[in-house]
Design a binder for this molecule. Structure first.
Ligand SMILES: Cc1cc2nc3c(=O)[nH]c(=O)nc-3n(C[C@H](O)[C@H](O)[C@H](O)COP(=O)(O)OP(=O)(O)OC[C@H]3O[C@@H](n4cnc5c(N)ncnc54)[C@H](O)[C@@H]3O)c2cc1C
Length: 411
């Protein structure tokens, strides 16, 4: 990877080369701006398995000229189907082909390393400076630079903190803490042949929702791989114990699940797991010339599958406003661009973060409330998009373009 030239001051330093950081760097570079990404790891990469990317993200990938490649690398499933995890009955579905017609762009599922690599190649082509082994430990006192772990200071017109859940910049401006959900995720990606006898749906994104647990399945990489995510509430986390989320709790959590789910559990990776944290929404992301972006700004619980999607939207919005606030000489009025970003993104992402929490609660209901949920979902018209229009439509650039939220139905 390229080494940064300390004498050349870029327009933007981006802290963190995850999906959010690379998306922002690409968006800015496409507008002719010089972006430098500082990544703490020794290589750019992503850990984990599958990722769902909804039309509000594939619309942006199309604008970047990356959608065809994304389609080739991923899968465009025909349906998204929700089943009850106990009795395996179908609760509701989205017709994803009809959804593509409605929003103009597909709902894709991809290996997250494929999406990350796609953005990385885009950054390389666009001339982004990509610097590895470069951990940022703090911000320069005047807010127009960062301090690397080796003590070096790098300056730019603007600093974009895309350094994830444990963001250094967020810590210095906001000082809040991640919120534990007491839920943990196990993942697994395997050759499709390994699951063919398990009554799986190769052409759908499937979620089995059950009391305090759920199980997600979909095919990846042109259908040659299969992705599974098993998520459950940890009794040990609820009891305040430190050793929570271990494989014994995985097995117990799904003991009462239907056969389709039971068959999937032994295939989960057992050597690593992801404890699920989010943060409370904050209404300020811009502090002078420093802007939070991606999980640094709005880490969600994953139930709406919008975390990476929002991060990519953030970068697109920021770059659009940088371009709108650029003079004929090429200088960007960053204060105006950042103010426009601040005006529109926090409210959208607040909605996603809070709805993701509620959506997770709905998935994990037990007893009579589970029965009422199931009845409501079974009654839903499969062409009713009122619950997703606010998410999957075009990304708002101004507050007035933000669509109305859906009206929740009380259980
Ligand atoms: C189980 C699970 C399923 C999910 N499913 C989906 C889904 O289907 N769809 C979806 O859209 N989202 C999904 N998400 C959410 C999504 O993965 C995240 O929201 C997204 O990856 C956040 O990207 P980011 O670049 O903001 O942060 P990160 O991915 O955390 O990247 C931060 C980067 O910054 C680097 N970094 C950190 N600190 C520093 C530092 N001080 N100096 C330099 N570099 C630093 C890190 O090494 C890393 O490369 C899911 C999450 C989970 C846990």
């Amino acid at each position: 990877m390229s080494q940064s030239d300390p004498d050349a001051i870029p327009d933007a330093i981006i802290v963190g080369g995850g999906i959010g950081g690379l998306g922002a760097a690409l968006a800015l570079a496409r507008k002719g701006l010089r972006a430098r990404v500082l990544e703490q790891a020794s290589t750019f990469g992503e850990v984990g398995a599958g990722l769902q990317i909804a039309p509000n993200c594939t619309r942006i990938l199309a604008e970047y000229g990356l959608l065809d490649e994304a389609r080739e690398l991923g899968v465009a499933p025909a349906d998204m189907i929700m089943f009850d995890a106990l009795d395996a009955s179908e609760l509701t579905r989205l017709d994803l082909r009809d959804l593509e017609r409605r929003y103009g762009f597909p709902y894709l599922v991809m290996h997250r390393s494929d999406l990350h690599a796609l953005l990385l190649r885009g950054c390389e082509r666009a001339g982004v400076e990509l610097v590895t082994d470069s951990r940022v430990d703090g911000l320069a006192g005047d807010g127009t630079g960062v301090i690397r772990a080796d003590g070096g200071v790098e300056r730019a017109d603007v600093v974009i903190a895309a350094d994830g859940l444990h963001s250094v910049a967020r810590a210095s401006f906001v000082g809040d803490a991640p919120v534990s959900s007491s839920y943990v995720a196990y993942r697994g990606a395997m050759p499709i042949e390994d699951v063919r006898g398990n009554d799986v749906h190769e052409d759908a994104v499937v979620v089995y929702v059950g009391p305090r647990c759920h199980f997600v399945q979909y095919a990846l990489r042109g259908g040659s791989m299969f992705n599974q995510v098993a998520v459950f509430e940890s009794p040990r986390a609820k009891a305040g114990q430190a050793d929570w989320g271990l494989p014994d709790e995985l097995d117990q959590a799904f003991e009462g699940a239907c056969e389709q789910v039971q068959r999937g559990i032994p295939l989960m990776w057992r050597d690593r797991f992801w404890r699920m944290f989010d943060r409370d929404p904050i209404d300020r992301w811009v502090f002078g010339r420093v802007a939070l972006l991606g999980d640094a700004a709005h880490p969600p619980l994953q139930y709406l599958a919008q975390g990476a999607v929002m991060a990519i939207e953030d970068g697109w919005v920021l770059a659009e406003h940088a371009a709108r606030n650029r003079s004929a000489s090429g200088a960007v009025d960053w204060d105006a661009a950042l103010a426009a970003y601040q005006a529109v993104r926090p409210e959208h992402c607040r909605r996603v973060q809070t709805t993701a929490r509620d959506w997770g609660d709905l998935w994990h209901l037990d007893g009579p409330r589970r029965d009422r949920r199931n009845a409501l979902l079974r009654d839903r018209d499969v062409r009713d998009y009122s619950f997703v229009d606010w998410l999957y439509g075009p990304t708002a650039l101004e507050p007035g373009q933000e669509p109305e939220m859906f009206k929740p139905i009380p259980l």
